[in-house]
Write a protein that binds this ligand. Structure first.
Ligand code: SF4
Length: 491
């Protein structure tokens, strides 16, 4: 009978889905590769964790021993515990279970435990995380006075140097942890028995595949689900998607006419069944007739660092660093293009808004795709830099959302696959025109690429990233131009 060590992350994986833990231990080769977006989330977690250590300075950090020299972590932990010192990444092992605690602080003969999260609230899964740690720490002979989650206070506004005590919120979860002990031990024993049996749990896909985290075995378990399926029906609740799935309906074309759907969902299903394109020419004509030239096609790129980098910014605030602007003076006229991409030596928002105000002139509609995003960024700049508020108000009064044609289903083709994102609408309306050839092809990658410029030293790499960013943002506004051209054609 094989025995397995259960780490805290393995326990949490098994808690989400025992099959995921089974696959991790018996078939790790089936695990999905870590995507760049996931890696960025992990990296954020590490930098937030490092920063939180400053809340309890002067400790000894055992992180360097993990994961290659766990023996040293446990040995050093014992030594430091006996000396009653602050420890970062203290290691505990008991009964083939192991965990590493972010921050351990002595208090008399007892200890305070702090688990750091890059999130902005205490989630249920953190309680299980803390409950598992509490069990191992106390079984290792330490008396725990309190256990807390340290998370990010998104109300903190940076002014001057970073104020660590304001940036983080510390919330005790001791009461919950004590309540969860029996249940946690039962789950742990069940998971160990399951692993010892060597039998794969018969668990089908379900809402648990993404809650609380996207499972790393979705590539394996979801392979029978087609690329485009009932799971892609726009705004259909998760419950209804899995209801269809459990009734053996995966293909959209298998949904019966009587099945309860909203009108937008029904349009998507019917279009898939009969291959029809739906065009509401009156609504499109009405939209086009109201446009005021010159037309400005505008798109922003932003980053949202967990730790605020600039004065007058908050954790995870979206900071615009780039825009692309195509301008058409009169209908049918040639386009001119303007763009902005910030350097990394200062707050990008000031040069961004100054050039934008200048480039946008004072008349003509400003077309964006999903105006809530651009409008919110502009309002945030007006809030944080009130000297621009008046000029920003003028810009806001001119913003028009091109997306309403597609979110309102005034133009729908089956190729849009239920989505009204510009990444789906563009190739559906203008075949052959898309983002496939671009090195940076989505906003998340653009954001990570720009943040990487703060650390990159190689001039060639910097140049390449900046070129790719400019190409991507330019494509977004060119896409809007092409979409508008297509709308003009159909009416
Ligand atoms: S993809 Fe879903 S069913 Fe498969 S292991 Fe993960 S959580 Fe379990």
């Amino acid at each position: 009978m094989r025995t397995f060590k259960i780490s805290k992350s393995a326990f949490l994986k098994g808690l989400q889905c025992p099959k995921a833990l089974y696959l991790k231990k018996y078939h790790p080769e089936l695990e999905d590769e870590v995507s760049a977006a996931q890696q960025a989330v992990f990296d954020t977690g590490h930098s937030v964790g490092d920063l939180a250590k400053q809340l309890f300075p002067g400790g000894t950090d055992l992180d360097a021993y993990i994961p290659d020299n766990l023996g040293a972590v446990f040995y050093e932990t014992k030594k430091l515990v006996s000396r009653k010192q602050v420890i970062y990444e203290a290691g505990f092992a008991y009964d083939n279970n192991l965990c590493f605690s972010d921050i351990l602080v002595p208090e008399g003969n007892k200890w305070r435990v702090f688990e750091v999260k890059a999130s902005t609230s205490v989630k249920d899964v953190y309680l299980w995380d803390a409950a598992f740690q509490y069990y191992l720490i106390t079984q290792s002979g330490l008396e725990v006075e309190d256990i807390s989650i340290v998370y990010i206070n998104n109300q903190y506004e940076r002014i001057g140097g970073l104020d660590i005590s304001q940036l983080f919120t510390i919330e005790s979860v001791m009461e919950h942890v004590l309540e969860l002990q029996d249940e946690m031990k039962k789950h742990l024993n069940d998971l160990k028995s399951m692993l010892a049996s060597g039998r794969e749990p018969a668990i089908d896909i379900g809402p648990h595949c993404t809650d609380p985290y996207p499972c790393s075995f979705m590539g394996h378990c979801w392979q029978h689900v087609p690329d485009y399926s009932v799971f892609n029906i726009s705004r259909l609740t998760s419950d209804k998607k899995f209801e269809l799935y459990r009734n053996g309906i995966l293909e959209i074309t298998d949904i019966t006419d009587g099945y309860g759907l909203t009108s937008g969902q029904r349009l998507q299903v019917d279009a898939e069944k009969n291959g029809n394109t739906v065009i509401n020419r009156d609504a499109i004509r009405n939209f086009l007739n109201k446009l005021n030239y010159p037309l400005y096609f505008l798109d922003f790129e932003t980053m949202n660092p967990a730790i605020p980098l600039f004065d007058h910014s908050r954790p995870y605030q979206q900071i615009p660093f780039q825009y692309s602007l195509h301008i058409r003076k009169v209908p049918g006229n040639e386009l001119t293009h303007k763009e902005f991409l910030a350097g990394t030596d200062d707050d990008p928002r000031i040069p961004f808004i100054e050039q934008l105000i200048n480039d946008l002139g004072t008349t003509g509609d400003i077309l964006v795709y999903n105006k809530a995003f651009e409008e919110t960024r502009l309002r945030e700049i007006a809030r944080d830099f009130p000297e621009y508020a008046k000029l920003i108000e003028n810009i806001l009064a001119r913003v028009v959302d091109l997306m309403v044609i597609f979110s309102g289903r005034h133009y729908y083709t089956p190729d849009m696959r239920g989505s009204y994102s510009i990444k789906h609408v563009l190739p559906a309306l203008v075949p052959g025109f898309g983002y496939d050839d671009l090195e940076i092809a989505d906003g998340g990658t653009a954001s990570n690429a720009f943040e990487s410029l703060y650390y990159e030293k190689d001039p060639e790499k910097i140049n390449k990233i900046r070129t790719d960013l400019l190409a991507y943002c330019k494509m977004d506004t060119l896409a809007m131009v092409e979409i508008l051209n297509e709308l003009e054609k159909v009416v």
